[in-house]
Design a protein around this ligand. Structure first.
Ligand code: GRF
Length: 211
């Protein structure tokens, strides 16, 4: 990337990180959010996208399953939509549907995911469950990780950025989440900016950030 436009798809749950992503790209003329997709039936992110004139799409995963359709078909469909829209960078922030190989067969751009812990610790957990487990464990330091998603592994892909957060006395799930969200927003913006500058490179499992 760097010498071409970056067309982003943001894959969300509720979409709480979307405002920060949209704010970040205001300063990046070659970067556009093409589409926001949520797997939840109700998503403030999808609503915000529509308000801003961006395509917002609900692909309701529970509804899909209850119609007897498979995860493989769902993931293939997501991948096809991304390719049709000319997306070349997917940012997963709150997207809790595990991607199958069909997604990667249909979509060949980069996919990154933000996770609210210092991976590999507390992998595979979602939402506030991560912070509940962090507090139960008694660790004094946690954080957030941005990583590429290259296969069906959950929270296992090559790490792009990590930021640390201290766990203070009297910390609650909410207070920890708030601190982690601030780090996540900054990391997402940094990574998108690095992409726009052509500095973020992935060779197999090796990630470099340029100088
Ligand atoms: C992010 O903060 C990230 O930690 C996790 O999901 C959160 C966003 O979820 N992966 P949502 O889109 O607001 O539901």
């Amino acid at each position: 990337m760097g010498d071409k436009r970056i067309n982003i798809a943001v894959l969300v749950g509720k979409g709480s990180r979307l405002p920060a992503i949209l704010k970040c790209i205001e300063n990046l003329p070659d970067v556009k959010v093409e589409i926001v997709i949520s797997y939840k039936r109700e998503s403030s992110g999808v609503e915000l996208a529509k308000e801003k004139g961006i395509e917002g799409l609900v692909m309701y995963w529970s509804g899909w399953k209850s119609e007897g359709k498979t995860r493989e078909e769902f993931c293939a469909q997501v991948g096809r939509i991304l390719t049709e829209r000319g997306v070349n960078l997917v940012v997963m922030a709150g997207w809790d549907v595990i991607l199958t190989k069909e997604y990667f067969e249909e979509f060949s751009g980069d996919t990154m995911n933000i996770h609210p812990s210092l991976l590999p610790a507390f992998a595979g957990l979602h939402g506030s469950k991560v912070q509940e487990e962090v507090l139960k464990s008694g660790i004094r330091e946690t954080g957030a990780t941005l990583h590429f998603v290259i296969d069906e592994g959950v929270d296992t892909g090559p790490i792009i950025l990590q930021e640390r957060v201290k766990v203070e006395d009297g910390e609650t799930v909410e207070s920890l989440e708030q601190k982690i969200h601030e780090k996540e927003d900054a990391m997402l913006c940094r990574a998108i900016t690095l992409c726009a500058e052509g500095r973020l490179r992935k060779e197999g499992k090796n990630v470099t950030l340029g100088s």
